[in-house]
Design a protein around this ligand. Structure first.
Ligand SMILES: Cc1ncc(COP(=O)(O)O)c(C=O)c1O
Length: 364
């Protein structure tokens, strides 16, 4: 089937571009000598994770136990759940996963570590953990230096866990306006982590690993001394945020929403059948937050739940009629994927397969 014959709105994944993105990141990290553990929260599809592992990823990252359950059921056996896992219900599910796969967990508290430690003791199989450090994103993690060292020395007293390293997510790299600014963020991040690792060793808790990674920072981080693993996720599909940050182009954006023009209320205005329920509200208000692929004459203006409203620059001479189909690049692809039951995999304008978004909605 031709892609333009699909009913809309539809999520489309260009497999040639996906393969290109996967191979570029795999090659970059291989040359740099660091392990690649892609975050699968972006695609949530075992088929795409398999392409990443086949291209050389040493394992995968998930955000939630539910996502890891999907991936373990599909045969993946080396998974980092980069999220503090707390509470009896989740620990019971985690233990089931550990019977089939290596599962590492990241955390930043004694409370979470104690729960995991009980699992490690009762199973006779210590749980590997990363200690998360806040290198500037101000989400999870203690500050670098002594606040993290103090936590690490407390964690080292807990039976049933093995501290394998430090982990951070440089989400604040998204705020960098230029690649030079991003590199300042990365310099600071890696200095903070290597210094903290050294202090932990001096305090009697040595470990080997430093796990970092976001798509804007991963390539730069790979080249830094001390980094052992990177975890980019968005790179597999990219989005307009990655274009804005200078790490993607329209040609490397592999996921599109196919939408139909359903109204032309004025000569300048058009409306498509995809709104916030397809694009989410991420990035709203930023010029170009949703981009129409290959149509520089079209500018999206705003979305409501089921409508996407844009304008056409009539001076450029382009035309647009009701029934025309457009391919749109979202602002933040990860939550967009979570809104679709399935994605149409395409090659050269033809639909080759329908892939279930098996990990969608797995928020527990
Ligand atoms: C802990 C963690 N690691 C890695 C990533 C991947 O970052 P990106 O989506 O920028 O590739 C994320 C993204 O949210 C994350 O939260």
């Amino acid at each position: 089937m031709n892609v333009f014959d699909l009913d809309t709105p539809a999520l489309m994944i260009d497999l040639d571009r996906v393969e290109h993105n996967i191979s570029e990141m795999a090659q970059t990290t291989k040359v740099a000598g660091v392990r690649l553990r892609p975050h699968t929260k972006t695609h949530k599809m075992p088929e795409i994770a398999k392409l990443q592992v086949d291209a050389g990823a040493s394992g995968i990252t998930c955000a939630k136990v539910g996502e890891a359950e999907v991936m373990v059921a599909a045969g993946f056996d080396d998974i980092l759940i980069a999220y503090p896992i707390y509470g009896a219900a989740k620990l019971a599910r985690l233990q089931k996963l550990r019977e089939k796969a290596r599962i590492i967990v990241s955390l930043d508290s004694v409370e979470v570590a104690q729960g995991l430690g009980r699992l490690g003791v009762t199973s006779g199989h210590p749980l590997e953990i990363y200690v998360e450090v806040d290198t500037g994103h101000h989400r999870i993690g203690r500050a670098p230096g002594m606040p993290t060292v103090n936590l690490v020395t407390q964690l080292a007293e807990i039976d049933g866990i093995t501290i394998i390293g430090l982990l951070t997510h440089a989400g604040h790299a998204y705020g960098a306006d230029t690649l030079a600014e991003r590199d300042v963020v990365v310099d600071r991040e890696i200095d903070d982590l290597t210094m903290t690792k050294q202090l932990c060793a001096e305090a009697g808790v040595p470990f080997d690993e430093i796990s970092v990674g976001s798509t804007p920072s991963a390539r730069s981080e790979s080249l830094r001394h001390g980094v052992t693993e990177v975890r980019p996720g968005t790179y597999v599909f990219n989005d307009t945020t990655m274009i804005r940050l200078g790490v993607a182009t329209e040609a490397t954006c592999a996921a599109h929403i196919l939408a139909t023009v359903v109204s032309r209320p004025t000569p300048e205005r058009f409306v498509i059948d995809a709104g916030t329920k397809c694009f989410t509200s991420d990035g709203v208000g930023r010029p170009g937050w949703i981009q129409v692929a290959d149509r520089e004459d079209l500018t999206m203006q705003f979305t409501t739940e089921e409508h996407g409203v844009g304008t056409i620059d009539l001076d450029r001479g382009g035309t647009l009629a009701i029934g025309d189909k457009l391919e749109l690049i979202p602002s933040h692809i990860c939550p967009v994927i979570n809104l679709f039951d399935s994605a149409y995999a395409t090659r050269n304008g033809k639909v080759v397969e329908e892939l279930a978004v098996a990990g969608r909605g797995k928020v527990r």
